[in-house]
Write a protein that binds this ligand. Structure first.
Ligand code: C2E
Ligand code: MG
Ligand code: MG
Length: 645
């Protein structure tokens, strides 16, 4: 019977319905009242036919106005509750007043007018039940007050017609009350179902836009935010930036400590990012270990660099989760709008490209998409198209670059280096096409024919001459690709004991356990494993130690002008010492001058490779090269003596 104070939705629905119906009820009440007053005007006293109706008109008009006004806006729940309670309290007073007034007129009229009183009461109560049916207590109270008075009063007249009317009205009212009960129940159910549906759709909306692990907005929400931020940036002629952040070294942590720890790190990364950013930066998780940022606030390139630096530094701070602190890093790629990008998708792609470049060249830092990147992207797109159309067996071939022993100057191996003679683009370097082939998943189809070619030629070298062959990330990434490589080696007829497979640190950083397994397979076959471009990546020594490597190849960036640069000299010295300590062979790449070679030789015995000795050459030239060993030895010795002098 009370107002449902614990169900605000129902409360509001009741209020809305009443604010539409009660003014109508008051209007009917007033018109009927004045009609009754008018017919009694000649016979009844003025206070009954004018004064009281006037007073009741004022009250009804005030109440009707209150409800009319409230239909225009919805007040707070507490005010709605108070208003409904007030209505419940007023109903017996107003119903009582109308009933008493109409019954007071009864003695002044003739039989027709008395019937009008009975009709007025009976029909008006039905209107009241209808209009107040959304507030059950009010409808019940009004029915009770009017009917009890009606039945008692007309029963006491002993007039059979009035008694029959009273019974009639009673029955109709009872039927109305039963209908009211059903209606109210349906109304309540409908409101509750609506509320539940609304709640479910809100929850669904939230789930559809939220990343369930971190609670951050997800990829879908990220694009919605980005698009609206772009509209605002256009309207305000402001600058906008998008950042894509990829964790470095997350996969090994996940593999080593399990997914539970990995999940916690992702949650903590999300928290750190939220702590770092203000209200103008929106953070989202795109999936895996990738997060995204939308940076509003008209930031300059300098601001973005400072921000990126802080983010990368903060994510390098150790995570304290298990017994040992866990350290990972993050690379951030950023692109700005409206410079260049015209759509959200393009802006995202540019940021993604900056991330890719950052990961390749400077992991653990921020890389901002530049005009140079745009040109590169354009070139890449052209290369990609040509690569997709290329006839792999015909257009790709290998050259060989000799690797020598620095002491004996003997050629100990050749490294096979891929070349692409594209009918559309001419000769394309592997630095350009290998990363694209990796990205578009073509590398698997490229490695095997190249390896087959290299092994087939290497078989023709004198016994004991080694071959180095470069593998890419994908080549070690699955059991199938490893097996295909093993099959090619097996059928080639080349002794696997003389084959070195080169992998880079980027390969190692992908999935250490998978790479470990792949290396195990190649080692079981008898192959050596060289770590290429050593010193440029970010793999830890413990990670390297876990791999069954046989050789380290020190990157050529340390060799350039090593004789003039004490820092490079020290780095190479420590890398050479490290390889000795790890009982690995050491190859120094990129030797271009006699001076560089002299500096290297002062560091001890090692293998050397570089343009100083030979550029990569065709297979036929390798045979000529081997045949001329003695002649060259004389030349070099002379050159060396000259440079010392
Ligand atoms: P890498 O394995 O480190 O190969 C050495 C690169 O340095 C070669 O470039 C070589 O020509 C160049 N180089 C050698 N000596 C010198 C020198 O004295 N000075 C200078 N400036 N450069 C020197 P290239 O042939 O352009 O290959 C670039 C990279 O492409 C290779 O680096 C390797 O990572 C990759 N690559 C080459 N062939 C293949 C292949 O068949 N498969 C895969 N997956 N990657 C390959
Ligand atoms: Mg190599
Ligand atoms: Mg290298």
């Amino acid at each position: 019977m009370s107002v449902p104070h614990d169900n605000p939705k129902l409360l509001r629905a009741q209020y809305v319905a009443l604010s539409r119906q009660l003014p109508l009820m008051y209007l009917v009440l007033l018109l009927n009242m004045w009609a009754l007053a008018a017919t009694h005007l000649p016979t009844a006293p003025l206070w009954l036919t004018c004064a009281i109706p006037l007073g009741m008109t004022v009250i009804c008009v005030v109440r009707a106005c209150v409800w009319l006004r409230s239909s225009r806006y919805l007040p707070a729940d507490t005010r709605i509750l108070a208003s409904l309670r007030r209505t419940n309290q007023l109903v017996p007073i107003i119903a009582g007043a109308f009933t008493s007034w109409s019954l007071a007129l009864y003695p002044y009229g003739d039989a027709y007018s008395q019937s009008q009183v009975a009709f007025f009461m009976g029909i008006t109560v039905i209107v009241c039940i209808f209009c107040m049916m959304h507030l059950r207590p009010a409808a019940l109270i009004a029915t009770l007050v009017v009917n009890v008075a009606f039945v008692i009063f007309f029963a006491s007249t002993h007039n059979p017609a009035f008694i029959a009317t009273a019974v009639n009205i009673l029955l109709v009212s009872l039927a109305m009350l039963v209908i009211l009960q059903h209606h109210y129940r349906d109304f309540t159910r409908l409101v509750n179902v609506q509320a539940r549906t609304e709640q479910l759709s809100n929850e669904n909306l939230q789930l559809a836009n939220q990343d369930s692990l971190t609670g951050l907005p997800n990829r879908r929400q990220f694009f919605t935010t980005l698009e609206s931020a772009m509209r605002q940036a256009i309207a305000g002629e402001k600058r906008l930036a998008v950042g894509i952040l990829d964790l470095d070294g997350f996969k090994p942590v996940n593999d080593l400590y399990g997914h539970g720890v990995g999940d916690k790190i992702l949650i903590m990364v999300g928290q750190r990012l939220l702590e770092l950013v203000g209200r103008t930066v929106h953070v989202a998780r795109l999936g895996g270990d990738e997060f995204a940022l939308v940076l509003e606030g008209d930031l300059s390139d300098e601001d973005l660099h400072t921000f990126g630096k802080t983010v990368c530094e903060q994510l390098r701070v150790e995570f304290l989760l298990v017994d040992v602190p866990i350290q990972i890093g993050a690379t951030l790629g950023m692109a700005t709008f409206p410079q260049g990008a015209t759509s959200a998708m393009q802006l995202f792609e540019y940021a993604d490209y900056a991330l890719y470049q950052g990961k390749r060249h400077n992991p653990g830092s921020m890389c901002l998409f530049s005009s140079g990147h745009r040109e590169q992207l354009h070139r890449d797109a052209i290369t990609e198209q040509a690569l997709r159309r290329a006839v792999l067996d015909k257009e790709f071939f290998v050259l060989f670059q000799p690797i020598l022993d620095s002491g004996s100057r003997e050629t100990v191996a050749f490294e096979a280096l891929a070349r692409w003679d594209s009918p559309e683009l001419g000769l394309v370097s592997p630095g350009q096409f290998i990363p694209i082939a990796e990205r578009i998943g073509l590398i698997g189809r490229l490695t095997l024919p190249l390896l087959r070619q290299a092994l087939g030629m290497a078989r023709l070298w004198p016994e004991g001459m080694r071959l180095s062959f470069n593998l890419s990330v994908h080549d070690c990434g699955s059991a199938d690709s490893v097996q295909s490589i093993i099959d090619v080696i097996r059928v080639s007829g080349f002794n696997p004991a003389y084959l070195d497979l080169e992998i880079t640190e980027t390969v190692v950083m992908q999935d250490i356990s998978q790479v470990q397994w792949a290396i195990g397979q190649f080692r079981r076959l008898g192959c050596g494993i060289s770590l290429d471009d050593f010193g440029t990546g970010y793999s830890s020594l413990s990670q390297l130690h876990a791999l069954a490597l046989t050789k380290l190849k020190i990157d050529r960036s340390f060799i350039t002008d090593i004789h003039l640069n004490p820092a490079s000299y020290k780095i190479v010295k420590s890398l050479v010492t490290l390889s000795l300590d790890m009982e690995l062979e050491c190859v120094v790449e990129g030797v271009e001058t006699q001076e560089e070679l002299n500096a290297l030789r002062s560091l001890g015995a090692m293998q050397v490779q570089g343009f100083f000795f030979s550029r990569p050459v065709a297979f036929a030239d390798t045979l000529a090269w081997l045949a001329q060993t003695e002649a060259r030895r004389g030349q070099w010795e002379a050159g060396e003596m000259l440079s010392r002098a």
